[in-house]
Design a protein around this ligand. Structure first.
Ligand code: NAP
Length: 309
């Protein structure tokens, strides 16, 4: 059966960059875009920290440009969600929902991670309109207004501290009476006079005004009393869920949070590479994902050359 040289699973920064590099190497990569073509960045507004764009760039625009750049060199982007990735003779079988199985000599898994959401009504439509899962991306839009951060882990500490640069007040809402975060991060947060921590507090509803977040309903987990809290920004920092469900067991090792635990972009399975948020639980930035996409592409190219492909 005919095999593709490279299949890339995911079309965020990591996948799109891997596509640019493998396409330029004449490997004619096929990229399965997944449920969210362009990845998480397409849901943020202006990206101000991607090098080279002095005035920032819209997330959707950045990803469209990366895609066009890869297509210019022969990359083939296909709409489709990968249902399973399994080992096959001389490569891999990539089964895509609603279409025939694709066979590949190498695969780059760049399927990303999705932010964990609370599951409250209207979250999707308010994302980008006061509700955000990325303070680094969106924090600067909340100058001199009160914001709220949900979570008690290191991410929540980091996001809340970052937001103190812009917001008038940062309210940290945590469902327990003790942070999960490391002591050093928690101490830093508690030392900020812009921060107010609301212990034993859960967000149970979001209110909007003219389509943007205006207030939230909070419930005390002990007394069960609810109250209204006005806030212009609502940031979720309750962890991420890496997208690895489709990968056959044994091809890669997952850590306790479900991230692929390879230290670099190669894995224990020859010909299988990873890039971006699906294994990077530390940085999770567009530029680091792009860097890994580049590395994975170069590794795939070297692997194919060594196979004489
Ligand atoms: P995390 O450590 O899993 O913390 C998630 C937080 O969200 C927890 O406090 C959890 O509450 C809360 N949470 C989860 N689901 C919730 C829900 N449905 N409703 C309300 N609250 C909910 O995730 P993370 O903070 O993203 O960190 C992930 C990993 O990256 C950790 O290993 C962390 O140390 C690391 N990290 C490190 C740094 C750093 O060192 N600079 C920065 C960021 C992240 P409970 O505590 O009650 O479970």
């Amino acid at each position: 059966m005919e095999k593709e040289q490279v299949v890339i699973i995911g079309s965020g920064c990591a996948g799109a960059t891997a596509a640019v590099y493998t396409a330029r190497a004449d490997l004619r990569p096929v990229i399965f875009e997944g449920m969210e073509p362009g990845g998480q960045l397409t849901t943020t507004s202006v990206i101000e920290n991607y090098p080279g764009f002095v005035d920032g760039i819209d997330g959707f625009e950045l990803m469209s440009r990366m895609k066009s750049q890869a297509e210019r060199f022969g990359a083939r982007f296909e709409y489709g969600e990968v249902a399973s990735l399994t080992k096959a003779e001389g490569g891999f079988a990539v089964s895509v929902k609603g279409r025939d199985t694709v066979w590949a000599k190498t695969v780059i898994v760049a399927s990303g991670a999705r932010a964990r959401m609370l599951g409250l009504p209207r979250e999707r439509e308010l994302t980008g309109h006061g509700l955000s899962v990325c303070a680094t991306c969106d924090g600067a839009f909340f100058r001199n207004v009160p914001v709220s951060v949900v979570g008690g882990g290191d991410s929540a500490m980091e996001e809340a501290l970052f937001l103190t640069r812009f917001a008038s007040e940062v309210h940290v809402l945590h469902r327990r009476d003790k942070f999960r975060a490391s002591k050093i991060m928690a101490d830093r947060l508690l030392a900020s006079d812009k921060v107010k921590v609301h212990w034993n507090t859960e967000v149970v509803g979001i209110e909007d005004k003219d389509g943007s977040v205006a207030a939230i309903s909070l419930q005390d987990t002990v007394s069960k009393k609810t109250r209204r809290h006005e806030t212009n920004g609502l940031f979720y920092a309750i962890g991420h869920i890496p997208n690895t469900d489709f990968i056959e067991q044994g091809l890669v090792t997952l850590d306790d949070e479900g991230y692929i635990s390879s230290p670099g972009v190669t894995t224990e399975t020859a010909g299988l590479f990873v890039a971006g948020d699906v294994h990077d639980r530390e940085y999770q930035q567009a530029v680091t994902a792009a860097g890994e996409g580049c590395r994975a592409a170069l590794e795939a190219e070297a692997y194919l050359a060594a196979q004489g492909a």
